[in-house]
Write a protein that binds this ligand. Structure first.
Ligand SMILES: CC(C)(COP(=O)(O)OP(=O)(O)OC[C@H]1O[C@@H](n2cnc3c(N)ncnc32)[C@H](O)[C@@H]1OP(=O)(O)O)[C@@H](O)C(=O)NCCC(=O)NCCS
Length: 188
């Protein structure tokens, strides 16, 4: 599936196989967008490939006219037993009742990654990726985690209507505080 945007950016849904073939390019983009140290890509590769096997996985890439990847977003159906799911459940259970926990975690799509090359940020590619990725997702909610603090990502998520699910949360093994944000699907 391919669609053109006004600025000649193409949005393409990648199959798991296409994602695997373009993994080095996707991880290079991710490391530069997140300003992570060298070596992060190698460490992440097996995890991203495992994600692509999960139920409900889908991925949308933004490509320029030459086919170079400018941005990438992917996610899948969140389920009990997954590391992220269990971490969020633990945090949410501390502050919310069972009904609220189930309301968020009972049926959701986890927006796992969304990144745009630094030189292409601020042109609404992130919003286009997000909207295309979530279009037609059958789950009741979408959830994501993002580091606390002002960022382009925060502006984007608020603009799309994401609300606080959990704030200043510490995932096991990561010293940074995170926010878990969510909203019902479909997007308006
Ligand atoms: C987060 C990220 C994916 C967003 O992608 P993006 O293409 O930059 O996002 P958008 O252009 O859609 O939105 C961001 C900017 O456009 C502005 N914008 C775009 N469309 C707009 C609209 N319709 N109305 C108002 N503002 C708009 C936003 O206010 C924001 O402006 P800024 O330049 O002041 O920050 C990208 O910035 C990125 O890769 N960041 C680093 C990696 C990262 O943080 N990933 C998410 C981890 S949780």
């Amino acid at each position: 599936m391919t669609a053109m945007s006004s600025s000649c950016t193409r949005y393409v849904e990648l199959s798991a196989e296409e994602f695997r073939l373009r993994l080095p390019e996707a991880l290079t983009l991710y490391v530069s967008a997140m300003r992570y140290p060298e070596g992060t890509a190698e460490q992440r590769a097996p995890m991203w490939l495992t994600h692509a096997l999960r139920d409900g996985w889908r991925c949308v890439a933004a490509l320029n006219a030459e086919g170079v990847m400018l941005g990438l977003a992917y996610g899948y159906r969140g389920r009990a037993g997954q590391w992220w799911h269990e971490q969020v459940r633990r945090g949410l259970a501390r502050q919310a009742g069972e009904q609220e926990v189930e309301g968020w975690l009972g049926d959701y799509f986890e927006l796992t990654e969304i990144h745009v090359r630094p030189e292409n940020q601020g042109n609404q590619i992130g919003e286009d990726l997000l909207r295309r990725l979530l279009d037609g997702v059958p789950n009741a909610n979408v959830l994501l985690s993002t580091p606390e603090g002002p960022s382009r990502a925060w502006k984007l998520y608020r603009r799309i209507g994401f609300v606080d699910v959990l704030r200043h949360y510490h995932f096991a093994g990561d010293p940074r505080p995170f926010a878990i944000l969510g909203r019902p699907l479909p997007l308006s």
